[in-house]
Design a protein around this ligand. Structure first.
Ligand code: HEC
Ligand code: HEC
Ligand code: HEC
Ligand code: HEC
Ligand code: HEC
Length: 707
């Protein structure tokens, strides 16, 4: 027995000690660090195929990024939707609902639903030759309640990755696939029995396709199988039908964001070399709503994450929705006396439709037009106190290319129909898609081989501005025209456009809540106590210039305007009517093209004009409206402009002005206001016109605000 051998034994014992030390040190945090929230520990059990995430967290949870901030894999994952897919009370309620609608299928349904939401229980049961796996079994199995966890994703075989509808297969030889070549095997093998092995398929979208494309087997209203397939979710195919595969942007590139810092991916052994890049297990999507429900019901739902974990996941999801999902813009395309024309443009930035995934998801547009004093003149997409859209049709709102009234609201959603073509929210009865106007991703075309799984349905399919620009597909955007009725409002308008995202809403849950079971009641209670406010994804606002169209007939007209034009140069103001104008006369000059007289330089709203036309025309003024204007006139004759955007009753003018009036005569008209003779055929001063005024004495007229 030589020294080398003794040294070797010593070394082995040391390593073993170290391994044990780290195992306990990392898992059982020092008492002073334990935050007093009664969350459940991560499960540490094993079944034939899977290991509880607690076994993996021992070594894969203490890493930090280059700045020292924690990026623990288990901590990032445990508050995600996938980490809670089996405990999800909405999901459990929905499974119960489906079973109540078709009681004879209950067991089969529970078996299907647990395939993706509780794979650790379901796949293991089938591996043990069982026909069905039920919700009751799942609820009693902490391992199954671990959701879509480490040993699920990392054991999906390369051969089966890319299968859909939960038909992935889990390897039976305890191989954990990972992104790095030549992993250091022993510590993991000795501690868990699993061997880390490099394989590229872990980084492919096909890994996610396993569960994120779901074709169902619809039944009719008697529960009889139709023998056809229904596309319930097709995120993977949507992604396929986009620019992202060609740009090498997989699901992982957005949902498992990489950092280029060198990271030791396991705490054991201490001398492990760092690796890069590191994929953070954030899996943030759009489900802020359920994230908050989990966070508020940690004890009741037996959740393993802490409040602080949920805060992180919720803020990441919020970041996904508000920064990475959508760009939004609004522009004016015209304004007449009756109508304001706007184009709203939404462009999808996500790697699939927006919104996508489960059929209850939707996004809608709220567009509000307000006067310059803040009164609402138009409001499409208004919600009531329960966040329900007031104008939504009872069946569903069609897709719109143009929105003409407040009764219409643009909702981006997928609407399921049963065999009779009625709207249904029962997943098993979903037989056809009545509407799918969720905004396609960039690069999406109807000619793509995946189009049959990702169809646009309803009026969006024929909308020339939906995923199309000049007839070419693939812009990933929707342009909607809004025609806002103005009802003689001519001043500035504030436009606010909000796009909201809703995970689920009252209407969608209505049918489920008409049934009762423990799971439905439990969720109903949580739902009613939850924050149901939709998430504001994007918001833009813009100010619209005041606008007034003076209608000029053939012959003589009077003219004034309460708007200071953006460009008041007379040639610019008259540019579109100059060819049908003979002469324009103001206080300070004349424009008379035939005689080459041009002595007015600027349009002055404080003056009145008379103008003679050779044919009718409309003179549009755009600029800032003048309000609260007063102007002083001397004794004698004047051309009086109307510095107001609304009809001004003469007898409501300021009294000391009324007292000085001799006469007001309509120019190019018949009516007069002549107090001395008690003649008042002229009762109002109308915006756009000018009047002949004769004063007895110097006086100031005040044009008070209209609104
Ligand atoms: C005793 C510590 C330890 C435990 C417990 C442990 N691992 Fe590991 N794991 C490691 C080490 C060490 C590596 C290799 C790191 C390296 O080579 O950089 C590794 C590598 C990995 C990799 C990357 C493989 C690759 O090639 O990219 C994955 C994935 C992984 N482990 C998952 C798991 C899962 C899932 C569990 C729970 C069943 C688990 N680990 C439990 C220590 C552990
Ligand atoms: C074993 C099935 C399965 C696999 C594999 C899987 N997922 Fe999931 N995923 C789910 C289920 C189930 C949910 C929903 C859980 C719930 O809402 O209760 C989900 C939810 C998500 C969400 C949350 C959405 C939101 O709105 O918050 C994201 C993001 C996500 N998955 C991304 C991925 C990515 C990326 C991959 C591949 C790396 C992947 N998933 C692989 C089953 C799976
Ligand atoms: C270019 C980045 C990007 C890519 C690539 C991408 N996603 Fe997303 N994903 C997002 C964004 C942003 C959101 C949030 C907005 C939304 O809901 O669409 C999201 C949302 C989701 C949601 C929640 C959808 C909802 O509304 O409930 C799931 C699930 C999801 N992604 C899974 C996937 C899967 C699976 C893939 C690959 C097939 C993938 N994503 C590819 C960016 C991406
Ligand atoms: C939804 C699928 C999914 C789940 C669940 C999941 N992983 Fe991963 N994991 C991945 C993907 C994808 C990568 C590759 C990331 C990359 O290369 O950028 C990865 C990478 C890793 C790595 C290599 C280091 C890194 O992050 O890049 C380790 C270690 C690992 N996972 C361990 C775990 C453990 C431990 C759990 C459970 C707490 C877990 N994973 C849960 C999909 C998953
Ligand atoms: C092929 C895998 C798969 C199967 C099978 C499956 N789901 Fe899902 N389910 C998902 C994925 C992935 C999501 C997340 C999509 C998203 O976030 O938009 C999800 C989300 C849900 C949600 C929304 C949960 C939430 O928190 O918002 C409900 C409810 C749901 N599923 C019910 C069911 C029911 C009921 C069944 C059985 C009839 C079922 N699922 C079967 C993959 C599956």
């Amino acid at each position: 027995m030589n020294l080398t051998r003794q040294f070797f034994i010593l070394l082995i014992s040391l390593i073993t000690l170290l391994l044990l030390a780290f195992r306990f040190d990392n898992y059982h945090l020092p008492a002073k660090m334990i935050i007093p929230v009664r969350n459940n520990p991560l499960p540490t059990g094993y079944n034939n195929l899977f290991a509880g995430s607690g076994n993996c967290a021992v070594c894969h949870n203490s890493m930090t990024n280059g700045q020292g901030a924690p990026i623990g894999i288990a901590n990032d994952w445990r508050s995600t939707m996938m980490g809670n897919s089996a405990k999800d009370p909405l999901w459990q309620a929905k499974v119960s609902h489906e079973g109540l609608v078709n009681p004879s299928h209950q067991e089969a349904l529970e078996n299907v639903c647990t395939t993706c939401h509780a794979p650790v229980g379901n796949i293991n049961a089938h591996y043990a030759q069982k026909d069905y796996y039920t919700i009751a079994e799942m609820k009693n199995d902490p391992l199954a309640l671990d959701g879509v966890q480490c040993t699920v994703c990392h054991q999906i075989t390369p051969e089966s990755s890319g299968n859909f509808s939960g038909t992935f297969s889990i390897g039976t030889n305890k191989i954990i696939w990972g992104p790095f070549s030549n992993p250091f095997i022993n510590p993991m093998l000795f501690n868990t029995g699993y061997t880390p092995v490099h394989s590229n398929h872990i980084n492919n979208s096909e890994l996610c396709a396993s569960c994120h494309t779901l074709l169902t087997d619809p039944v009719d209203l008697n529960g009889v199988a139709t023998g056809e397939k229904f596309v319930e979710q097709a995120i993977y195919h949507e992604w396929k039908n986009s620019v992202f595969p060609t740009e090498n942007k997989s699901c992982q590139s957005c949902h498992v964001p990489r950092i280029n810092d060198s990271v030791k991916i396991s705490t054991v052994p201490p001398w492990l070399q760092p690796r890069l890049p590191f994929g953070m297990h954030q899996f943030a999507g759009a489900n802020i709503f359920m994230g908050k429900i989990f966070k508020e019901n940690i004890v009741q739902l037996g959740i393993t994450a802490l409040t602080s974990n949920f805060d992180s996941t919720i803020s990441r999801s919020s970041n996904m929705l508000t920064r990475q999902a959508l760009s939004l813009s609004v522009e004016e395309t015209g304004r007449t006396n009756d109508t304001l024309y706007l184009n709203v443009l939404l462009t999808n930035k996500a790697g699939h439709k927006f919104p996508s995934g489960f059929p209850s998801r939707r996004a809608f547009i709220e567009l509000i037009a307000r006067t310059n004093t803040g009164d609402t003149i138009f409001h499409s997409g208004r919600s009531d106190d329960h966040h329900n859209l007031i104008a939504e049709n009872t069946d569903f709102e069609p897709h719109f290319n143009t929105i003409n009234s407040e009764d219409e609201v643009q909702i981006y959603e997928m609407v399921m129909g049963d065999v009779e073509g009625n709207v249904t929210t029962v997943l098993e009865r979903a037989y056809q898609t009545l509407k799918d106007n969720r905004i396609p991703p960039e690069g999406f075309t109807t000619a793509h081989p995946s189009y049959d799984t990702t169809k646009i349905e309803g009026l969006a399919a024929t909308d020339p501005d939906f995923n199309k620009q000049n007839g070419i597909e693939g812009c990933g955007s929707d342009k909607i025209s809004y025609h806002v009725p103005l009802n003689n409002y001519f001043e500035e308008i504030e436009i606010v456009v909000n796009v909201f995202y809703q995970t689920v809403n009252d209407k969608w849950l209505d049918n489920m809540f008409s049934y009762t079971s423990d799971d439905i009641n439990r969720f109903k209670n949580m739902y009613e106590n939850s924050d149901r406010a939709p998430v504001l994804v994007q918001s833009v606002s813009t100010m619209i210039n005041a606008g007034f169209d003076a209608v000029l007939r053939k012959g003589w007209n009077s003219l004034s305007c309460f708007i200071l034009p953006e460009n008041a140069q007379i040639d610019s103001v008259l540019q579109f009517i100059i060819n049908s104008m003979e002469i324009m006369i103001g206080d300070s000059g004349t424009i008379y093209p035939a005689a080459s007289i041009h002595t007015i330089d600027f349009f002055d709203p404080f003056q009145g004009y008379s103008i003679k036309m050779t044919s009718p025309a409309v003179l549009s003024f755009r600029g800032s409206s003048l309000s609260n204007i007063s102007k002083t006139y001397e004794t004698g004759w004047h051309l009086l402009p109307v510095l107001s955007s609304c009809e001004m009753p003469i007898n409501s003018l300021n009294q000391n002005f009324i007292d000085k009036i001799n006469i007001i005569v309509e120019l190019a008209g018949w009516r007069v206001y002549w107090p001395e003779k008690q003649i008042a055929t002229l009762t109002h001063l109308s915006p756009g016109k000018a009047y002949l005024l004769n004063l007895k004495d110097t006086a100031t007229i005040i044009f008070s605000n209209c609104y």
